[in-house]
Design a protein around this ligand. Structure first.
Ligand code: UT7
Length: 313
């Protein structure tokens, strides 16, 4: 059984925080942020708006978009690092709110690579025939763990959620290949500081790792799928930094119009980053039936994940 995407949904908070707003909050500039990262603005959730609220909205839209009801869902996987509590999981909370009575639910932590890990995990249940419909959500409220006194990280992140419903698709569609990886020795470069529960990052080290891994994983996953670079229709990379994204695009020899870019409007939204980029691309009509999509991400852990999926049922 091949596992593909049946529907998509997203949620982004209303409040927009621009680079000019940040200039008033800390010693930074629109010019620095734009040239170093490509980010122009990001969405910030309300204090009373949690990761599970955003995940719920995205999942609800994805289920409707797939033409299904919550009772059709067998499993909910939420990739996140910003759950309000270790348990119940975000998955449990939204399972109840959706009324997905027959669904198992769990969270998955692989930081910014979480959505790729989630898709691959969900696909296993469908490919084996164990489950028919799996909701995979990438949701994070990074503003909650952002150290607003550290300008080198505070300007990078935003909040949001994206979701897909996965299910059985025809023989020539769905997940074609994947690569997942971990290098725990790099955990020291990107983590949650114990003393204040805020995010710490060594930007230069993560940058170097990201450029290498995004390129390597992309080429590996393409080869595993038995495809050539020119067979790719869209590259959907983790939206952390336009310079890292451009390096991946160049390794794949793709023209600019074949890369989805949302970093300018959402910033780095962690587990929801690739999900939001995919959902935007679908909703804007940029993804056609039969298109070969390459999703690739990296993040805390350190982790990475890449996959090729042929869109359509
Ligand atoms: O999903 C998680 C993955 N994380 C990432 O993708 C992050 C990967 N790393 C990066 O994207 C980049 O390393 C950053 C955007 C974080 C930083 O860019 P950079 O080109 O590596 O800059 P840098 O850290 O080498 O800093 C250059 C200068 C420094 O000043 P000096 O020492 O040269 O005088 C910083 O103090 O820029 C300064 N700086 C800033 N200036 C204005 C650092 N942050 C800011 C800021 N505004 N917000």
């Amino acid at each position: 059984m091949n596992a593909g995407i049946l529907g998509v949904g997203k949620y982004t908070p209303e409040r927009i925080l621009t680079n000019f707003d940040l200039e008033k909050m800390m010693d930074t500039s629109d010019e620095w942020i734009k040239t170093r990262t490509g980010i122009e603005e990001r969405r910030i959730a309300r204090d009373d708006e949690y990761t599970h609220d955003m995940a719920y909205e995205a999942a609800k839209e994805a289920i409707e978009n797939a033409g299904l009801t919550p009772e059709d869902i067998d499993l909910i996987i939420v990739a996140t690092v910003t759950q309000e509590a270790n348990f119940p999981s975000v998955g449990n909370i939204i399972q109840d709110r959706l009324g997905a009575k027959h669904a198992a639910a769990m969270d998955l932590e692989a930081a910014c690579s979480g959505f790729t890990y989630g898709i691959v995990t969900g696909a296993q249940f469908i490919q084996t025939g164990a489950y028919k419909h799996v909701v995979v959500v990438g949701a994070d409220k990074l503003s909650k763990i952002t150290d607003w006194d550290d300008r080198s990280t505070a300007v990078l992140f935003g909040d949001g959620a994206g979701a897909v419903v996965m299910g059985p698709v025809s023989e020539d569609k769905g997940l074609l290949s994947f690569v997942l990886g971990s290098d725990g020795s790099g955990g020291k470069y990107l983590n949650l500081k114990e003393e204040n529960d805020k995010l710490y990052m060594n930007g230069r080290e993560v940058f170097r790792f990201a450029v290498r891994k995004m390129g390597d994983a992309s080429l590996e996953v393409l080869e595993k799928a038995g495809l050539q670079k020119e067979d790719l229709d869209l590259l959907i990379p983790h939206q952390a930094n336009i310079r890292i994204m451009e390096a991946s695009r160049e390794r794949l020899g793709l023209p600019e119009e074949k890369m989805i870019k949302t970093v300018q409007k959402y910033g780095n939204t962690s587990a929801s980053s690739i999900a939001l980029a995919l959902v935007d691309a679908v909703q804007e009509g940029r993804v056609k039936d039969g298109d070969n999509l390459l999703l690739v991400g990296f993040g805390g852990g350190l982790t990475w994940g890449a996959l090729v999926i042929r869109f359509g049922k």
